[in-house]
Design a protein. Structure first.
Length: 158
């Protein structure tokens, strides 16, 4: 090896011992970058707010510090989530505005889970794994046809 290559190899060894990357970092990065094989157009919602706030009366069994509120917004849809933490599982209480019935698909490292929002736009996702996830909302109907454009959130950690 050349002197530069030897020096770089030693520096790499030093950093791997002193500050190794988290065990699942590569998997998390790949999951965050991956967009499922969606064969339809979709509207990307953007993360507009994320905070830890009081749980209030909606989750009396969960301590206030264990609820996170997340909001996503797009041109025609806003999604508000209250994420309650209990050990390694998560419960999401969500609301869609404007209110509409839709099918919801959750993509996580554990696979897919589905739920649906009622006509008032409310939905619940129970016993989700802690970690990275992405939500896809499939409207059941739209003014211009039988089903509207799906909406997808960026990947977030819950």
């Amino acid at each position: 090896m050349t002197d530069d290559a030897t020096l770089m190899a030693r520096m790499r060894e030093l950093w791997e011992r002193a500050d190794p990357p988290p065990a699942h970092l590569a998997d998390h990065v790949l999951f965050a970058l991956e967009v499922e094989n969606l064969d339809t157009e979709f509207e990307l919602l953007r993360l507009t707010d994320r905070d830890t706030a009081l749980a209030g009366a909606r989750a009396p069994r969960v301590a206030a510090s264990e609820v996170t509120h997340i909001t996503f917004a797009g041109k025609s849809l806003t999604v508000m989530l209250a994420v309650a933490r209990a050990e390694d599982r998560r419960r999401i209480d969500g609301w869609i505005a404007p209110a509409a019935a839709c099918r919801i698909v959750v993509h996580s490292a554990d696979g897919e889970a589905t739920s649906s929002a009622d006509e008032s736009g409310r939905f619940v996702l129970e016993s989700l794994p802690a970690g990275m996830l992405r939500l896809v909302f499939h409207p059941e109907s739209a003014p211009d046809g039988p089903a509207g454009t799906p909406f997808i959130t960026p990947t977030v950690e819950i």
